[in-house]
Design a protein around this ligand. Structure first.
Ligand code: SAM
Length: 260
C-alpha cells in the first residue's frame, strides 16, 4: 500500500537499507532499558528494531500511519502512542531507563531536542537522524560558525557523537536538505555540575541573543563585570568563542553571588 507523505508532519520515509542497517547497528540496548522510537511512520526503522527487541514503544502523531502500523504488528510487541511527541512526558510515562531512536520530523527538530533535554534524566542514549545543519550545530566546537546556544545546551547535558551523513535520495520524498545521524548520551557530561539549570538557560540565551557583541556587552544586563573577570573570561571575547564549561562555571559563580 502506498502512503502519501504529509508535509505538515515532516514525513520523509527512509528507504535506503544501508542507512537503516547502520542506524540499527548503533543501538546498544541494555537489558534494563526500554526502547522508544519517535515517528515510526511506515516502519522503516520499526521492523528492523523489532528483530532486536521483544517490546518496542513508538510515538506517532499521524493516526492513519499509527493504525496502519498497528495492523501489521501486534500490540504486545509494539505499543504505539498516538500523540504529539512534544507533549509526551517520557520520564512520567516509563519507569525504566530509555534508549530512544528516530528519524525525526525536521520541522520540529530543534524544539524536540530541547523537549528531550528536559527529559534527559531518564534517557541513557538517543540516536537521531536530523537535518545536517542542525546536527552540525549540536556537535559544533567553540569558535566554529555553527557553535551557539543549541551546541551549549545539548553539550552541557550530553556527550555528543557524530555518526554519518545521509544524502537526500535515501528518503522518499527526498528532503530539500542533507541529513546526518548523531548519538547523544545524556548524563555522560557535565550536567551534574550545573547548580541552577534555569539560570544557566537564561545566561546562555542572553549571551546569544546579541550575536556579534562581546561577552561583556551581551551579558551586561545579567552578569556584573567583576564576575566575568573572576571567572577568567576575557571581556572582549565573543559568546561563540567560549567553551561549554565556561558557561557552566559562570552560571555557578553568578548563582553563588546571588545567594550570598
Ligand atoms: N521513521 C520513519 C522513516 O524513517 O521512514 C518516518 C520518519 S519521518 C521523517 C518523521 C515521522 O515523525 C513521521 O512518521 C511523522 O508522522 C512523525 N511525526 C511528525 N511530527 C510528530 C510529532 N509532533 N509527534 C510524533 N510524531 C511526529
Amino acid at each position: 500500500m502506498t502512503v502519501r507523505a504529509r508535509k505538515r508532519f515532516g514525513q520523509h520515509f527512509l528507504h535506503d537499507k544501508n542507512v537503516i542497517t547502520r542506524i540499527i547497528n548503533q543501538i546498544n540496548l541494555q537489558p534494563a532499558q526500554t526502547m522508544v522510537e519517535i515517528g515510526p511512520g511506515t516502519g522503516a526503522l520499526t521492523f528492523p528494531l523489532l528483530e532486536q527487541v521483544a517490546k518496542l514503544h513508538a510515538i506517532e502523531i499521524d493516526r492513519d500511519l499509527a493504525q496502519l502500523l498497528q495492523t501489521r504488528v501486534p500490540a504486545d510487541r509494539l505499543t504505539i502512542h498516538c500523540v504529539d511527541v512534544l507533549k509526551f512526558e517520557f520520564c512520567k510515562h516509563f519507569e525504566s531507563r530509555l534508549n530512544v531512536v528516530g528519524n525525526l520530523p525536521y520541522n520540529i527538530s530543534t524544539p524536540l531536542i530541547f523537549h528531550l533535554l528536559d527529559q534527559a534524566s531518564c534517557i541513557d542514549q538517543m540516536i537521531f537522524m536530523l537535518q545536517k545543519e542542525v546536527a552540525e550545530r549540536i556537535c559544533a566546537e567553540p569558535g566554529s560558525n555553527e557553535y551557539g546556544r543549541l551546541s551549549i545546551m545539548v553539550q552541557s547535558q550530553c556527550q555528543v557523537e557524530w555518526l554519518f551523513n545521509v544524502s537526500a535520495d535515501s528518503f522518499s520524498p527526498p528532503p530539500k536538505v542533507e541529513s546526518a545521524v548523531i548519538k547523544l548520551y545524556p548524563g555522560k557530561h557535565t550536567c551534574s555540575s550545573i547548580k541552577d539549570r534555569k539560570l544557566f538557560n537564561e545566561l546562555v540565551r542572553t549571551a546569544f541573543s546579541k550575536r556579534r557583541k562581546t561577552i561583556r556587552n551581551a551579558l551586561k544586563s545579567l552578569v556584573p563585570e567583576q564576575i566575568l573577570l573572576d571567572s577568567g573570561i576575557t571581556l572582549s571575547s565573543r559568546p561563540e568563542e567560549l567553551p561549554v564549561e565556561t558557561y557552566i562555571n559562570l552560571a555557578n559563580a553568578l548563582q553563588q553571588v546571588r545567594q550570598s
